[in-house]
Design a binder for this molecule. Structure first.
Ligand code: SAM
Length: 268
């Protein structure tokens, strides 16, 4: 029997964040989540590698952006707290003078995040939906922490591929981009259809039919590139997560399919 930390939230509906937690080797998932996860693993056994690579990209990208002088971060689709949460990474660069707003629309994520992440005056957890970016940007807690006259990093890591076209993800990201002052950064990772098209489409169908989300937002490299319109992509551009400014310890090409594309761009 696995330890389950918030049993009051257990229900029969698998959650994206808890399935991802399972792929990352976490404990905050239930039998219903693991059942879907195991079906996804049948289709694409490399998925845990992709989850770890995605998470490692997030850490490297946040550290990079912080080193460019950014002290304000909005992490949208934050997921369940795990290792190297955004504020922990930023702290290594700006120990005191930083703020992080964590945003998600899943009550399970919000409860965990509030318990584990929002214990400092510099961090807040906001219940908002990427599909309603104006309301997200107007959230009073977000406004209390974020100064829109100073550069900001918006992080959309591992979330946009859950928004199908009818959710208008390109409009949502444009609204976020437009709200940012010059010198701000956009950090994105996104599952791509460049390879593994059939398997990933079937996996998205599992998410669509079983989880708390409805979307299949898989996109090609060209489509993902559009999220950065009007911004300057930082070297090395839009690449698989493992290849974005890897550290000596970063796992490189192991021959398994790699399908998380990642990029960081600046608003000049
Ligand atoms: N960003 C983390 C990472 O990459 O390690 C977690 C990614 S997790 C796979 C996706 C998260 O996005 C989940 O916590 C889910 O609840 C959240 N999410 C999905 N759709 C969302 C939406 N429309 N608005 C806000 N959050 C959303």
């Amino acid at each position: 029997m696995r330890e389950e930390r918030l049993p009051d939230f257990e229900d029969e509906t698998p959650h994206i964040a808890r399935i991802y937690d399972y792929f990352l080797g976490g404990k905050d998932n239930f039998a219903c989540d693991r059942k879907v996860a195991e079906q996804i693993l049948q289709l694409a056994p490399e998925t845990p590698d992709m989850a770890r690579a995605n998470r490692a990209f997030l850490g490297r990208a946040v550290r990079f952006v912080a080193r460019q002088g950014i002290r304000q971060f909005i992490d949208i689709g934050t997921g369940l707290p795990t290792r190297n949460n955004v504020h922990e990474v930023v702290q290594t660069v700006w120990p005191d003078s930083h703020v992080v707003v964590y945003v998600d629309n899943d009550p399970t994520v919000l409860a965990h995040a509030r318990a584990l992440l929002a214990d400092t005056p510099q961090t807040v957890v906001v219940d908002a939906d990427l599909r309603r970016p104006e309301a997200l940007l107007d959230d009073p807690d977000l406004r209390r922490l974020i100064d829109f006259d100073q550069p900001i990093a918006v992080i959309l890591v591992g979330v946009l591929h859950f928004l199908p076209e009818e959710d208008q993800p390109f409009d949502a990201v444009r609204t976020l981009r437009d709200a940012l002052p010059r010198g701000s950064y956009l950090v994105i990772s996104h599952a791509s259809t460049d390879n593994r098209m059939s398997e990933l489409s079937q996996a998205q169908e599992l998410y669509r039919s079983f989880t708390n989300r409805t979307g299949n937002g898989l996109r090609s490299r060209e489509q993902i590139r559009v999220f950065f319109d009007g911004l300057t992509l930082i070297d090395p551009g839009l690449v698989v997560a493992q290849d974005w400014r890897p550290l000596p310890s970063t796992e490189r090409d192991t021959g398994t399919p790699r399908w998380i594309l990642s990029g960081v761009a600046r608003k000049d």
